[in-house]
Design a protein around this ligand. Structure first.
Ligand SMILES: *Cc1c(COP(=O)(O)O)cnc(C)c1O
Length: 364
C-alpha cells in the first residue's frame, strides 16, 4: 500500500480511497469493454451507460425533481460565472442580484458586470467576509432575472444554512465547495452549479442542475457551447465530454449512495468532523482565532490564524512532519485552512485536532 498523507487541500482535493482503488482496478480495461474509459468513444454504449448512471445516481442522492436536468459541462465554475449572465442577463430589462459573501461571489459578480447590470444586494467586504447576511438584510428584487449567491465561500470558510432564503427571483447558486455535503432543497433553486474538484470528483467536469423553465430561457445568440439548452437536449454529449472525469463523478456518487448511505448520513459525519476542529479553536484560549463568525462557520473549510506568522510557519512544517498536509490558508485571508470535504475521513480530522491541541499546549 502506498503511503498516503492526510491531504487538507482546498481543491483539487482528496478523493475517497475506495473510489481511487476502483478506478485503479478498472484503469486498463473496463469490465466487458477491454479498453480504458479514456480510450472509448463518448458515443459508445459503454460510455452512455457510465454517463447515465452518474446522472441517475446524482439525481437520487440530491433528490432532484423531474423538471430539472443535470448537466456535465467543462470550463469549471469560472465558465459558469460568465455563462449564467450570458444566458439570463444579456437581454434582461432588470439587473441581476448578487450576494457577495467572499472571494468567489466577487469573481462571479465581476464576470456578470461584463454582460449586464448587476445589483450588489449585500457585500461582506468591510469585515473581510467573516459573516453572512440575515434574510432581512437582503434587499432582493423579485423581478431580477436571478439572484446569485455562493453557498460556501471556500477561502473565507463561511457557509449558508441549507435552508437559507433568497427571495422570489430564481436562485442561482455556486455550490462548488459544498455540493453533496448535505441534503439540499433543489426545488427551491433555478440553477445550482459546482466544479467537481472539491467535493465531487477530479477537475475537468462541472455539474449544473438547472430547472426546465431556465433551460427554455437560454440565449440562442451566443456561441453554441455556452447555451444550456444545447447541453440539456444532448445529454451533455454535445461535444466530447471530459469522459474520465464523468466516470469518476459516477464512482463518487455510487460511493456516497452505497458506502456512506446518502447525504443525510454524510452531513452527520461532516458536522462531527467540523465540530472537532472548531472545538479545538474555541478551547485554545485565543491561541487559534477562527476567521468566520461562529454562526456561519463552514463545515467544509475551516480557516483560522495563529498568534504570529512565525508560529504559523512552524505549525505548517510540524503538521507536514505528521502527514497533515496542504494546510496553508489562501493569501487573501492568511493563516491556516483545513478543507475537510466528504472524502476526508474522520481519522484525518481527529489527527489534525490532536496535533492542534499539542501544538497550542507547547507554544502558548
Ligand atoms: C474552486 C471554486 C471556484 C473555481 O472553480 P474553477 O473550477 O477553478 O473555475 C468557484 N467557486 C467556488 C465556491 C470554488 O470553491
Amino acid at each position: 500500500m502506498i503511503d498516503r498523507v492526510h491531504n487538507f487541500s482546498a481543491g483539487p482535493a482528496a478523493l475517497p480511497l475506495p473510489v481511487l482503488q476502483k478506478a485503479q482496478e478498472e484503469l486498463l480495461a473496463l469490465p466487458g469493454v477491454g479498453s480504458s474509459v479514456m480510450e472509448i468513444s463518448h458515443r459508445s454504449k459503454a460510455f452512455s451507460a457510465i454517463n447515465q448512471e452518474a446522472n441517475d445516481n446524482l439525481r437520487q442522492l440530491l433528490n432532484v425533481p423531474e423538471n430539472y436536468k443535470i448537466l456535465f459541462l467543462q470550463g469549471g465554475a469560472r465558465l459558469q460565472f460568465g455563462m449564467i449572465p450570458l444566458n439570463f442577463l444579456a437581454d434582461s430589462p432588470t439587473a441581476a442580484d448578487y450576494v457577495l459573501t467572499g472571494s468567489w461571489g466577487k469573481h462571479a459578480c465581476k464576470e456578470a458586470k461584463l454582460v449586464g447590470d448587476v445589483n450588489v444586494v449585500w457585500d461582506g467586504g468591510e469585515t473581510n467576509y467573516d459573516r453572512l447576511p440575515s434574510a432581512d438584510q437582503l434587499q432582493l428584487n423579485a423581478d431580477a432575472p436571478y439572484v446569485h449567491f455562493t453557498s460556501n465561500e471556500t477561502i473565507q470558510g463561511v457557509q449558508f444554512d441549507a435552508d437559507a432564503q433568497m427571495g422570489n427571483a430564481p436562485w442561482v447558486c455556486d455550490a462548488s465547495s459544498d455540493i453533496l455535503c448535505r441534503p439540499v432543497p433543489i426545488e427551491k433553486y433555478g440553477l445550482i452549479y459546482a466544479c467537481a474538484q472539491k467535493n465531487v470528483g477530479p477537475a475537468g467536469v462541472t455539474l449544473v442542475i438547472i430547472r426546465d423553465d431556465l433551460i427554455e430561457k437560454s440565449n440562442e445568440k451566443i456561441p453554441t457551447y455556452l447555451n444550456y439548452a444545447v447541453h440539456a437536449k444532448g445529454d451533455s454529449l454535445y461535444n466530447t465530454p471530459p469522459s474520465f472525469a464523468v466516470y469518476m463523478v459516477g464512482l463518487v456518487a455510487k460511493w456516497l449512495l452505497e458506502d456512506i448511505g446518502g447525504l443525510a448520513k454524510m452531513e452527520e459525519t461532516n458536522q462531527q468532523k467540523a465540530a472537532m476542529l472548531y472545538e479545538a479553536i474555541d478551547a485554545s484560549n485565543g491561541f487559534y482565532a477562527g476567521h468566520a463568525q461562529p454562526e456561519c462557520r463552514s463545515i467544509m473549510n475551516v480557516a483560522f490564524r495563529l498568534p504570529s506568522d512565525e508560529l504559523q510557519d512552524t505549525f505548517l512544517a510540524e503538521a507536514a512532519e505528521n502527514k497533515l498536509t496542504t494546510l496553508k490558508g489562501h493569501r487573501s485571508v492568511g493563516g491556516i485552512r483545513a478543507s475537510i470535504y466528504n472524502a476526508m475521513p474522520t481519522e484525518g480530522v481527529a489527527a489534525l485536532r490532536d496535533f492542534m491541541k499539542d501544538f497550542a499546549a507547547k507554544n502558548s
